[in-house]
Design a protein around this ligand. Structure first.
Ligand SMILES: Nc1nc2c(ncn2[C@@H]2O[C@H](COP(=O)(O)OP(=O)(O)OP(=O)(O)O)[C@@H](O)[C@H]2O)c(=O)[nH]1
Length: 437
């Protein structure tokens, strides 16, 4: 029999430990083991949790790195060791505040540990105050964890919100009702599918996070609004691409730092395999539309163009995107970067662009043909698989204005040839590199 697992995700200080302690001290009816992954030398969270868990089960601490990347092997050994040598009937995992929940969950879905465990829920705790400040007012981010690489906090926050089945909006005591309404709406904009709770000091009913069986790897991986928008777009003729139209990674894996290096085909429900499997919320007769139906008054659409973007104008345009755009994610075809597919990930006011891999069109003939034979690539006679394809998510977004802004970046015949004329180009052009705009 497998042991059910809840992965409790959330950025630093969101209130995970507070919630965990509250749940553990309640009458939950389980023999719980807890695995805490702190990054610091002083294992404060583990201490707090240990006091609670002593009565009922085991606590395991992993403190020398992040279990979603550098410590995967150690993590796997620890959970297998737990399963083999200890008595418990539920596992709670609190990854570090910089861990991505998807690779953590994957260890239980696809790794050796999957023999012993079954993910019941990936629950993400969000600090309502900080979410509002980050996404509504574009407030200054605190970078209190140096191991987060160069990823903005806003993106780490959205990682958790986008990959979960249950969302706990915590610290509601620190926002006004109007602010909470906005937080709820913005979260719904990026993650329409998860079950949502609102709380202060992590007070939830244990049954809301333990044993819910809400987790479905494919559904969760496809639940983010940007993913739904891209899938819908492709399914309705925006492209015949199979979601892997270049030789690099999916924009899901938006991180080029060494520790969080993307790994193809490594996520639960990996999109290279499942691009068209999940529900697209089709509307009959809606095939001209490039977006899923509005959810909670939220707009989402996909901007797609083949022609390359002028690098300087694009960098300026990204900075000028209206604040109504909460999230944008997808590929960029940038002039002067004809070899490399770039992924853009915008979370709140922060935008990060990284090299995702090579465009298939830039590969030597033999490789190119092999790729094209292996997958149904959306191919253009002039540009091959190169294209800009961005899912744009927000509230009351002036779509025409965004399209006009992005169209103004398209390279024209009047522009100098960026491949030959040494145009200033802020975009990255080597594997594993990224810039923030
Ligand atoms: N005002 C307020 N403070 C809270 C709430 N929930 C937690 N806190 C406080 O916020 C701080 C961080 O809470 P933790 O539970 O340690 O957060 P965490 O997510 O475990 O943090 P890390 O383990 O550092 O990633 C603590 O001082 C908590 O007492 C809440 O709902 N309202």
């Amino acid at each position: 029999m497998t042991v059910p697992v809840t992965v409790l995700s959330g950025t630093l200080g969101a209130g995970k430990t507070t919630l965990l302690n509250d749940v553990l001290s309640a009458d939950h009816g389980h023999e719980v083991a807890v695995l805490v992954n702190d990054m610091g030398e002083i294992n404060v969270d583990a201490e707090l949790v240990r006091r609670r868990v002593e009565r009922t089960g085991e606590t395991v601490e992993l403190s020398n790195g992040c279990i979603c990347c550098g410590m995967r092997g150690e993590f796997e050994s620890a959970i297998i060791d737990l399963a083999l040598n200890h008595e418990f009937d539920y596992l709670l995992v609190e990854p570090s505040g910089i861990s991505e929940p998807a690779p953590v969950a994957r260890q239980f879905v696809a790794g050796h540990a999957s023999t012993f465990y079954d993910v019941s829920s990936v629950t993400t705790v969000v600090d309502a105050r900080r979410f509002y400040d980050t996404f509504r007012t574009g407030g200054v981010e605190r970078r209190d964890d140096t191991d987060a690489g160069d990823r903005p906090l806003s993106e780490l926050v959205l990682d958790g919100v986008e990959f979960c089945d249950t969302l706990v909006i915590n610290k509601t005591d620190l926002v006004t009702d109007a602010e909470l309404d906005e937080v709820r709406e913005m979260i719904r904009a990026v993650q329409p599918a998860a079950t949502m709770f609102e709380t202060a000091f992590g007070r939830v009913d244990p049954a809301d996070v333990l044993g819910t069986s809400r987790f479905d790897p494919e559904a969760v991986a496809g639940s983010a609004s940007w993913r739904r928008a891209l899938d819908h777009h492709r399914a309705h003729g925006g492209s015949t691409d199979d979601g892997a139209g270049h030789a690099g990674d999916d924009p899901e894996h938006g991180d080029g730092s060494d520790d969080h290096a993307p790994e193809r085909g490594s996520e639960p429900g990996d999109h290279d395999q499942e691009s068209d499997d999940h529900d697209h919320d089709d509307e009959p007769g809606d095939h001209d539309h490039e977006h899923p139906p509005a959810v909670y008054g939220i707009d989402s659409f996909v901007y797609q163009r083949r022609r390359p973007m002028h690098p300087g104008r694009l960098a300026d345009a990204v900075a000028d995107l209206p604040s109504s755009v909460v999230r944008a994610k997808g590929y960029l075809h940038v002039a002067g970067r004809g070899d490399h597919a770039l992924t853009l990930s915008r979370a709140g006011q922060r935008t990060r662009v990284e090299v995702a891999g090579r465009w298939i069109a830039s590969l030597p003939d033999s490789h190119r043909e092999r790729y094209r034979r292996g997958r149904s690539v959306d191919w253009d006679d002039r540009y091959g698989d190169r294209k800009t394809e961005l899912a744009i998510i927000g509230r009351d977004v002036d779509r025409d204005a965004v399209v006009t802004l992005l169209d103004s970046c398209l390279l024209t015949d009047a522009d100098p040839d960026p491949e030959t004329e040494g145009l200033a180009n802020p975009f990255p052009n080597e594997d594993g590199t990224a810039v923030q705009l």
